[in-house]
Design a protein around this ligand. Sequence first.
Ligand code: C2E
Ligand code: MG
Ligand code: MG
Ligand code: MG
Length: 289
Amino acid sequence: QGKADGGGQAVFFTVQLGNDVRESRQLLAELQQAPELNQLILYYQPIVDVACPSRIIGFEALVRWDHPVRGLLEPGAFIPVAEAGGVIGSIGGWVLEEAICCLRRFQEELPEELQPVISVNIAAAQFLDAGFENKVIQLLRDNCVHQSALTLEVTESVALVDPARTARVLNRLRKSGVRTSLDDFGTGYSSLSYLKNLPFDTIKIDRSFIQALANTGCRSIVRAILDIADSMNLKVVAEGIETTQQCETVRLMGVEMGQGYLFGRPMPERMAIELLTGGQIPDASLRYG
Ligand code: C2E
Ligand code: MG
Ligand code: MG
Ligand code: MG
C-alpha cells in the first residue's frame, strides 16, 4: 500500500483520470440525446407562504434525468457536465418549454385561484444567448401563458458574468411581465453593491444559512439580508427549510415564503396538481424516484 516514492499512486491517478474523462465523455454523448429521447423529467417543489404553509404560491421546476442504466439522476450528476460540455443550451431549452407547457396544463386543469407560478433555473450560457428573452416571451405567447406566471432564477455567478448585460436582459423580461429571482443568495460573490443595479423581484436565501440558523452569526447574516431586501422592495424565499423550528424562526424574522423538505420534496407534475387541489402536504419523508 502506497509506495514511498508515490510512483504507484501517480499511475493510479492517471488511470483513474482516464476513466473519469472517458466516463464524462460518454455521459455527455448520452446527455446530448436525452431531450429527444424523452429522458428528461421535471419535478416540482412547492414554494409556500411560511405563515400558512398549506398555501402554495408556486413551484420550482427541478430537472431529473431518467438514465436508462443509472436510473433517475439528480441535476448535480449531470448539469455541471452539460455546462462544461456545452449542451446546457438544449437541456435548458427543454426545461423552459416543458415548464411553460406545465403552466398551460395548470391553467387548463385548475381554477384561477389555485394556479401557481413556476420558477425555472437558468444557466449562464442560456442567459447570455442573444435570443433568450425573445424565446421566453414567444414560448409564453405560443402557450397562452401569462408572463407573470413564470419566474426565472439565476444565481449570483450567472448574474455577474456580465452585470450590465444581465441588467438589460432582466429589465426587458420584467417589462414584459416575467418575474426574476436571485438564487442561492449569499453563497456567491456576496457583493451587495451590484444588487441595486440588477432588477430582481425576489431573492432566495441559500439553504446553508437556513440550516445554520442556530448559529448567531448566521442569524445576523439572514437579518442583514432581510434588511436589504426590505429596503429594496424584494420578496424573500428561504430555501432548504426542513424543520418546523426553522420555519418558525424565519417567519418571526419576517420571511414571507419558504421552500424545503418540510413543505414537500420535488415531485412529479401529477402530485403537484394533487397537492394544489387536495391542499394536503404529503409526508415530507417521501422521496419520489
Ligand atoms: P437550486 O436551484 O438551489 O434548487 C434547490 C435544490 O435544493 C434542489 O436540489 C432541491 O431538491 C434542494 N432542496 C430543496 N429543499 C431542500 C431541503 O429542505 N433540504 C435539502 N438538503 N435540499 C433541499 P436539486 O433538485 O438536486 O437541484 C440542485 C441544483 O441543480 C439546483 O439548485 C439548480 O442550481 C440546479 N438545477 C436544477 N434544475 C435545473 C435546470 O433545469 N437548469 C439548470 N441550469 N440548473 C438546474
Ligand atoms: Mg433554483
Ligand atoms: Mg437555490
Ligand atoms: Mg443550489
